[in-house]
Write a protein that binds this ligand. Structure first.
Ligand SMILES: [Zn+2]
Length: 433
């Protein structure tokens, strides 16, 4: 089965590549076969990009998809995680909610041009099931915390659940099971080490919120006299399987440690700013050539799951901080959302760019809206003007999941109706927490 996407600007994100005008991308089965320009070769399915922008699918390097149905609850409150979220989750999160809310979120990802995500939540076997059904590519991390979790009454019981998840999904072409110790302040050192040992033994990725919270920095500084990143280094947590999420409170010495140990970093500019945490020093991270990708965080923190707002926020914030318009030019921002994300998840051999042999994860961004015309510079248009609504085609592993904004294999109406029902139940419960 072959697909040819033609008549578009192709931003392949291959090293050293420029935008290709009147380009085409040929897909054979689940892989990219060829990228070129001029007359498109014939294929079983021809997709006319209509002058739009053809990109590798975007990579959202950190989220909590099942929180989609908590979106807009208790926004703008202080210490929402401990005061609202943890109590709410202990009351309402069950397997059914996770499955359903994840499915809801996956529609948003498909519609927004995200083809790979990294998720951290509870009942991740349900997230994995929904991901298979939707056909996206996901790293699904079962959460480990030092208190009774919604899916596990025993503290740190998530580690055993993660082992079962790995056994169930090992070798799956789209779902990569992972271990997700929540943070240094919710998992003790012994269990952090146990998570590292398990990720090595099982050869699976690990993800960890790190250097995100002022109280986390303060506690580690007081107890050990070092930064959170240095502390994780000292107890053996930093390695090439880890994606460290946030890294707001980090300096150049921390960045050297992250670089030396090949750690990926998920940069969440919107969630960090909205949560009043500050701005991660992403420019310094990029200068240190860290494996840096973009993320939205969960929809309760970042509200949206597509990366268009995150791209814009990263550009605005870091130009503003540096008082320098040349910081993070549009092409670099598109790189962060694609190849950078693939590197942050240590998946750059398979995804992140449109190159022969790589997985065929491709999106088309339409350019016929008023805001996108006239199109002088496709990089600039993607970063500063496009929105999720402009994405009209999403392909994962050669399978067309959305074309002309239609997702034939998912019943969008029924899924949204069920979300409203569950949402009503959540609002009732929130009245009690
Ligand atoms: Zn998070």
């Amino acid at each position: 089965m072959s697909v040819c996407i033609h008549n578009g600007w192709v931003l392949s994100m291959a090293p050293g590549s420029e935008a290709i005008a009147d380009g085409f991308v040929v897909i054979e089965s689940d892989r990219v076969e060829r990228v070129g320009t001029g007359a498109p070769p014939p294929a079983d399915t021809m997709i006319d990009a209509g002058g739009g922008i053809v990109l590798p699918g975007m990579v959202n390097t950190h989220t909590h998809l099942a929180m989609a149905l908590f979106r807009s609850l208790a926004d703008d409150r202080a210490d929402r995680l401990r005061r609202v979220l943890f109590p709410l989750e202990s009351r309402v999160v069950d397997a059914d909610l996770v499955y359903h809310a994840t499915l809801h979120a996956l529609i948003e990802l498909i519609e927004g041009g995200v083809t790979t995500f990294a998720d951290m939540y509870y009942f991740e076997e349900e997230s994995a099931r929904a991901t298979r059904e939707a056909g996206l590519r996901g790293v699904v991390g079962e959460t480990v915390v030092n208190f009774a979790a919604p899916d596990e009454p025993e503290p740190h019981g998530g580690l055993d659940r993660a082992r079962r998840l790995v056994a169930a999904y090992r070798g799956d072409p789209l779902v990569t099971p992972a271990i997700a110790p929540h943070a240094p302040y919710t998992v003790d050192d012994a269990h952090l080490r146990a998570c590292v040992a398990a990720s090595e033994e099982l050869d699976v990725p690990m993800m960890l919120h790190l250097a995100e919270m002022p109280f986390e920095v303060e506690a580690i500084q007081k107890a050990y006299g070092v930064s959170p990143v240095r502390r994780m280094h000292d107890i053996g947590v930093l390695n090439r399987r880890l994606t460290a999420v946030h890294c707001v409170f980090t300096d150049e010495a921390d960045h050297r440690l992250l670089s030396e140990h090949d750690v990926g970093v998920a940069h969440n500019p919107i969630a960090n700013a909205k949560g009043g945490k500050g701005f991660a020093p992403a420019k310094a991270m990029a200068d240190a050539d860290l494996r840096l990708g973009l993320a939205t965080d969960g929809p309760m923190s970042g509200n949206r799951l597509d990366l268009f707002p995150a791209m814009r926020a990263a550009a605005y914030i870091h130009k503003g901080i540096a008082q320098d318009a040349t910081v993070f030019p549009a092409k670099e921002i598109v790189h962060l959302a694609t190849m950078g994300g693939a590197r942050a998840l240590h998946m750059e051999e398979r995804i992140g760019s449109l190159e022969p042999g790589k997985q065929a994860d491709v999106i088309v961004i339409a350019t016929d809206s008023v805001a996108m015309q006239p199109l002088h510079d496709p990089w600039s248009a993607v970063v500063y003007a496009a929105t999720a609504g402009d994405v009209n085609t999403t392909i994962v592993a050669g399978r067309v999941l959305m074309q002309d904004r239609r997702i034939p294999h998912l019943d969008r109406g029924a899924i949204m109706a069920r979300s409203r029902e569950i949402g009503a139940r959540i609002r009732e419960t929130l009245g009690e927490v």
